[in-house]
Write a protein of this length. Structure first.
Length: 350
């Protein structure tokens, strides 16, 4: 999918290394952050001519709900991966591209590695994660700043020693005492030979730019694989199904099991009828749930919830695809589909 690049996300008000009120400055943390910033190359403006192009694959991995999709969208500069508070929102390998100066980054967002359940769906998602880290130039291991759980350790155990790994200590804005990060980073040094340590917030534009600068030297010197304006290799049909699923999860909260999914039944494009008119996308999609009670939950009182899911999906898709969208939504019950390998594959999972 090719789309116009959006402006950078608004920079967070707090500085990365700023001390909290009435909190003494922590020299260890300051020194560590200065070391991270020192020598980071400045990215050239897009379109700057260069004799040597760089192109490489960068995998984004981590346990569920650490902000991988938010980070991918920030790195690409536009939303291509859905987000919600529900675990396992991302279920596919999502590829996003960003071209800056001579550098073309190809970021691969992966599902959160699942350790709690062993059904067919989760086995498929974990297979996607393992496959994504096998043949890339750089890995970004995303964890929450100041935290390292057994689930994080399980993801770390999947990473080999031959591919450089940057530890992304995300959600730094949620850490109230920044001085606690310095000893935590020292503990992390003993767990893996990380190439870089990057405390940051994916919502902070300056942090994202700094991360791009840190990633750039790991890109091999080779010709770009994609055109400069491409943002993702995923189709508009795929994006439509993901947006429906995002709105589904956001509007049902924790009530609806994460195993619910979306299948696109029809995706038709009609060209503009006259000059100045946008193309029309006609889409029919089915929301698949496992129980009758879940179906009623999705539909809502007098159909209000499914209407809202459709409306919010349509509005966002029209903006991203620059098209007029006609969207129909249906709900069907398919009991036990997440435990059925054949049905999991039929719904588009690897």
């Amino acid at each position: 999918m090719t789309a116009p690049k959006s402006k950078s996300a608004k920079s967070a008000k707090s500085e990365l290394s700023g001390a909290q009120p009435n909190e003494p400055t922590q020299p260890d943390l300051d020194t560590m952050l200065e070391g991270l910033l020192k020598g980071v190359p400045r990215l050239a403006a897009p379109g700057t001519p260069s004799e040597e192009q760089r192109w490489g694959l960068v995998a984004i991995v981590g346990k569920p709900n650490v902000g991988k999709s938010t980070l991918l969208n920030a790195l690409v500069g536009q939303k291509i991966s859905i987000t919600s508070r529900k675990a396992q929102t991302t279920r596919h390998r999502i590829t996003g591209m960003r071209t800056e100066g001579a550098n073309q980054f190809v970021f691969v967002d992966t599902p959160g590695f699942q350790t709690l359940h062993g059904n067919a769906l989760n086995k498929s998602l974990n297979k996607t994660v393992v496959g994504a880290v096998a043949d890339v130039d750089l890995i970004l291991l995303v964890v929450e700043a100041g935290s390292f759980t057994p689930a994080d350790a399980r993801v770390l155990s999947l990473l080999g020693k031959d591919i450089p790994v940057l530890l992304i200590a995300n959600k730094l804005d949620n850490v109230h005492r920044r001085g606690d990060i310095a000893p935590w980073l020292q503990e992390m040094q003993a767990k893996h030979p990380f190439t870089e340590f990057v405390p940051m917030s994916a919502k902070n534009a300056k942090d994202v730019e700094r991360l791009l600068g840190l990633c750039a030297p790991y890109l091999p010197k080779q010709a770009w694989w994609y055109s400069e304006d491409e943002l993702t290799d995923r189709s508009e049909k795929f994006l439509a199904s993901e947006l429906v699923r995002e709105k589904l999860f956001r509007l049902t909260g924790d009530e609806l099991p994460y195993t619910s999914t979306v299948v696109i039944d029809k995706f038709e494009e009609e060209p503009p009828q006259r000059k100045g008119q946008k193309r029309l996308l006609r889409i029919a999609a089915t929301i698949v749930v496992e129980r009758d009670g879940h179906k009623a939950m999705v539909i809502g009182d007098k159909g209000e919830r499914i209407k809202r899911i459709g409306m919010e999906t349509r509005v966002e898709l029209e903006k991203l695809a620059d098209a007029k969208v006609f969207l129909e939504l249906w709900v069907k019950v398919r009991s036990g589909w997440a435990d059925d390998e054949a049905r999991v594959r039929s719904f588009g999972y690897e």
